[in-house]
Design a protein around this ligand. Structure first.
Ligand code: ADP
Length: 380
């Protein structure tokens, strides 16, 4: 019997599930949003993931449905469950990756350390929150944000006036509020990746450091330098607690802040393979993409140890202005033979994630240099 996994969403995360699926003999199918997407290599259907009929028809041919993104509406997910489809992660868990306010409320109940936050319905409430937090706050839309879109540092409610106006128009129960957070004075950002099977088993990779530029992940260092001991223990405990208490299945990424006073606070959750785990393809015995497939099929986990002491991943953002990737790719491969280049089959566009480079080795400075040098050939 061949396991059949259906992935909703045709981006690079679905694409990177394809090689381990081939290796494990898994029949992987993708429901892509449009023709020619990153995962087109495996796409067996193109259609609207918000349309129940389309998603049901796709799900009918697979053993389990999983995701490349978190945007499939709750109503669609719950209808799939009612129809007897295995949805991993399920809607009860996914809601906390879909709605940042729901996530803050739930993690608060669990006593997980977080930035100070508040549910904001009016500009007056936001101005009060700002006044109570040193004259500045981070405001986030509860839904639909990614890569820093939907996140703004403000000194007054007037700076997110249009978000309040949009709230008034949306009207729905979840659409009626914004999330305000204290502006955290962080030393660095970390990410803890965990995988959990429906039968309950969990596994995790070491906590990593993620370097963000303009709200987008630029580089990842695995493991996070100086994290051995207390930091790694705190991050692991938080990751496992969230995976278990929220009933997450598949890969869970917990984005964290390490504060200047050595606390670890949860920023946000992603319930799918994550950019901070791309290094695992080349740097870990089992990649996050393989582990995600194993998890959603409830198969035993692979080992998560490092192949080399350090791995560094550098994202390729934007790409060359003339759109030619072949030239830079040939130069990068020639210049940095230790670099593992991953291109996503996407058209270069300013700021767009079109690929990444990973280098692993035992000297962190050298590894950083080589990974940056390879990625630099794609600069515009
Ligand atoms: P997205 O959903 O777009 O990824 P995040 O909530 O992860 O949004 O925020 C994007 C980035 O903004 C974070 O990686 C971090 O650099 C910064 N940020 C978010 N929340 C805070 C906060 N409370 N304090 C300081 N910086 C923050």
């Amino acid at each position: 019997m061949t396991f059949k996994v259906g992935v909703i969403g045709g981006g690079q995360l679905a694409r990177m599930m394809v090689p381990p699926a081939i290796e494990l003999g898994i029949d992987i199918r993708v429901l892509a949003e449009a023709e020619g997407m990153s995962a087109a290599i495996a796409a067996t259907a193109v259609g609207d993931y918000t349309d129940l009929e389309t998603v049901e028809a796709f799900a009918a041919g697979v053993d389990v449905v999983t995701f490349d993104h978190e945007h499939v509406p709750q109503a669609v997910l719950r209808a799939l469950l009612d129809a007897g489809v295995s949805v991993q992660p399920g809607p009860d868990a996914l809601q906390f990756a879909q709605d940042k306010l729901a996530m803050r409320e739930r993690l608060g109940e669990l006593g997980i350390p977080m930035p100070d936050w508040a549910r904001i319905e009016t500009p007056e409430q936001l101005d009060d929150f700002i006044a109570e937090h040193g004259g500045r706050a981070v405001v986030k839309t509860a839904r639909g944000g990614y890569d820093g879109k939907g996140v703004r540092v403000v000194e007054s409610a007037a700076q997110v006036e249009e978000w309040f106006l949009a709230l008034d128009q949306d009207g729905g129960p979840d659409a009626g509020a914004l999330l305000a957070e204290e502006l955290v004075d962080f030393r660095r950002e970390l990410a803890q990746l965990v995988a959990r099977r429906p039968s309950g088993d969990t596994t995790l990779w070491p906590v990593v450091e993620s370097v963000q530029r303009d709200g987008v992940c630029a580089e990842v260092i695995a493991p996070a330098p100086g994290s051995a001991g207390k930091v790694a223990e705190m991050a692991a405990r938080i990751g496992i607690t969230i995976a278990e208490e929220l009933g997450v299945t598949g890969v869970l990424a917990v984005e964290l802040f390490e504060t200047t006073d050595k606390r670890i606070l949860v920023n946000e959750l992603a319930m799918r393979p994550h950019n901070t785990g791309h290094w695992t393809i080349d740097g870990s015995t089992t990649s996050q993409f393989e582990q995600h497939l194993r998890a959603v099929l409830d198969l035993p986990f692979g080992a998560t140890g490092h192949r080399e002491p350090w791995s560094v991943m550098v994202n390729i953002l934007g790409g060359p202005a003339d759109g030619d990737l072949d030239g830079p790719a040939a130069l990068a491969l020639a210049d940095q033979p230790t670099a593992k280049l991953h291109l996503y089959g996407k058209e270069p566009r300013p700021g767009r994630k079109i690929g990444h480079v990973t280098v692993s080795g035992d000297d962190l400075d050298e590894v950083v240099f080589q990974a940056r040098a390879a990625a630099a050939f794609f600069a515009n």
